[in-house]
Design a protein around this ligand. Structure first.
Ligand code: AMP
Length: 144
């Protein structure tokens, strides 16, 4: 049976830090800093996902616009076309998506509602656990 996003959320929890599209880039940066996270999901009316803003976007904004970027609304610098997954997405599918699209965060949706977020760190942790478990099984098998 393949390991899915449901397994990851079961371990890490379902909290997602969000901001509204009108908050400033400076405030979004504060949210990243205070929560020790690399991405915030930008949500509009009724909690609908309207974008994602990550530390990469913050670095690009400063590189491109300098400190001026800090006062802009996050909606100007977020990525609006957000790739999402469901709880049934497998960890393998998720790894494929993250590596082909070159991003490290994927929000999880169920029935149009935001129910979690998975980062590349969560995926790596899960893969290490799987590999360790496999090694244990093989050792136990060899030992008879
Ligand atoms: P990251 O590697 O997650 O920091 O993101 C790198 C770039 O991809 C940034 O411009 C993000 O806004 C964008 N990005 C991150 N996650 C997603 C996603 N799930 N869907 C679309 N774009 C994303």
């Amino acid at each position: 049976m393949s390991v899915t996003v449901r397994n990851i959320l079961g371990e890490k929890g379902r909290d997602v830090i969000t901001v509204g599209p009108t908050v400033s880039v400076a405030d979004a940066a504060r949210v990243l800093y205070h929560n020790k996270i690399g991405a915030v999901v930008v949500v509009g009316m009724e909690g609908r996902i309207v974008g994602i803003f990550t530390e990469r976007d913050l670095a690009s904004a400063i590189g491109r616009l300098g400190v001026e970027a800090m006062d802009l609304p996050v909606s100007k610098l977020m990525t609006a076309n957000v790739f999402r997954c469901t709880e049934d997405t497998t960890v393998n599918e998720l790894m494929g998506m993250m590596s082909s699209k070159r991003f490290r965060h994927v929000p999880v949706e169920s029935g149009g509602k935001l129910i979690g977020i998975v980062s590349i760190g969560d995926v790596v942790k899960q893969r290490i656990r799987e590999v360790e478990l496999e090694a244990e099984h093989i050792k136990a098998y060899i030992a008879g």
